[in-house]
Design a protein around this ligand. Structure first.
Ligand code: NAG
Ligand code: NAG
Ligand code: NAG
Length: 351
């Protein structure tokens, strides 16, 4: 008698668990940000911030240079794969894909952009507000494609990811031509950017997003381009930039905590790549890397985009030995390690 009951109970419990799991599934990953998550949107706007030529993409499917700033895949691709959705996430502006592709994942990201409008102006790329406009356009198309009700469910259940900020500091604030340094102290600029990030999250929430991940800054003082210019300190990481990244990240984390209590039903997380990235740079051999300070592409000291392509004959043979692919961007292998880490530590809750 007792055992019959427990079997019935177990069956009920199993059913209940199945229902919960089905409800929790993420149907799509929807991405906003900069080159860390751009799959080629810049190919379709007039900018020089591009990478849709060799040697970019040489380790991607079919060796195709898609506009991803790496030799292969970037973190959203690996995250999508870990969620068992698909092995890569297409760029919204790429006419080779349509709404039936975007229904399971899309990126609105644009290499060179940032939270600050004046950052996207530097290389004439897509500003953050325009990424949001594209997202609204996407929602309209999704509704026309699968019906209002199903589209709302998909939006509600999809994982929205935001990754940018490095360019606001390195391509804008700290450059000689930037007007930002006369307007903001470093602390004020961090607060300004975090304010924009917070507003962006609120806007996504207002459009129906509930599962949201916002990414922190990497140890940006360790990008090869920054190390190259750090002559005083034997080309070590630029400590000042890393300190700013840490400070900015802690402000982002605070903002995330605040929104979690203020936006009902939101499942908002902070995905911090800083420490795993730093660990890779300080303990490369743990992962089978041999070179951390110089990139694979060209001389590895300055080149990215077209410059990387022009000096292509200097490019390394095996990118898996390098942490960085070009002077500003990680190799596919680094991207995979960081994505796997974030999936296991932060994003697993959405699975
Ligand atoms: C999307 O493109 C595929 C082929 O690439 C096609 O089969 C499909 O009908 C298209 N869907 C829509 C909604 O346009
Ligand atoms: C950026 O530009 C857009 C469009 O002009 C504007 O709506 C937005 O308020 C600007 N953002 C900031 C922080 O000034
Ligand atoms: C949105 O998803 C949450 C779970 O994440 C669920 O509780 C809620 O009912 C859903 N809302 C709609 C409108 O589908």
């Amino acid at each position: 008698m007792a055992s019959k009951c427990s079997i019935a109970l177990l069956a009920l419990l199993t059913l209940y668990l199945i229902v919960i799991c089905a409800g929790a599934k993420v149907p799509a990953i929807i991405v906003f940000g900069d080159s860390s998550v751009d799959a080629g949107n810049n190919n379709f706007i007039p900018t020089i911030a591009r990478s849709n030529f060799a040697p970019y993409g040489r380790d991607f499917f079919g060796g195709k240079p898609t506009g991803r700033f790496s030799n292969g895949r970037i973190p959203p691709d690996f995250i999508s794969e870990a969620f068992k959705i698909k092995p890569s996430i297409p760029a919204y502006l790429d006419p080779a894909y349509n709404i039936s592709d975007f229904a399971t994942g899309v990126t609105f990201a644009s290499a060179g952009t940032g939270y600050d409008n004046t950052t996207s102006d530097v290389l004439s790329v897509i500003p953050i507000w325009k990424e949001l406009e594209y997202y609204k356009d996407y929602q309209k198309r999704l509704k026309a494609f699968m019906g209002e009700k199903r589209a709302s469910e998909v939006i509600n259940e999809s994982l929205h990811m935001i990754s940018m900020g490095t360019n606001d500091f390195l391509e804008n604030y700290y450059t000689i031509s930037s007007g930002r340094r006369s307007q903001f102290s470093e602390t004020q600029y961090e607060d300004f950017l975090v304010g924009i990030a917070g507003k962006f999250i609120k806007d996504l929430y207002g459009l129906g997003a509930r599962k949201i991940s916002i990414g922190g800054l990497p140890p940006m003082g360790c990008l090869p381009l920054e190390r190259t210019t750090n002559i005083m300190f034997q080309h070590d990481c630029v400590q000042g930039y890393n300190d700013i990244a840490l400070e900015f990240n802690s402000k982002l984390r605070k903002m995330v905590m605040k929104w979690r209590t203020e936006l009902p039903g939101v499942d908002l997380v902070f995905s911090n790549p800083y420490f795993i990235f730093m660990y890779i740079i300080r303990r490369p051999s743990v992962f089978g890397f041999e070179e951390t300070s110089v990139a694979c592409c060209a001389t590895g000291m300055f080149e990215m985009g077209y410059a990387c392509s022009r000096a292509g004959m200097l490019t390394c043979q095996n990118a898996d030995r390098f942490v960085f692919w070009d002077a500003f961007h990680p190799t596919e292998k680094t991207n995979r390690i960081i994505a796997d880490y974030l999936v296991k530590t932060v994003l697993a809750r959405f699975m």
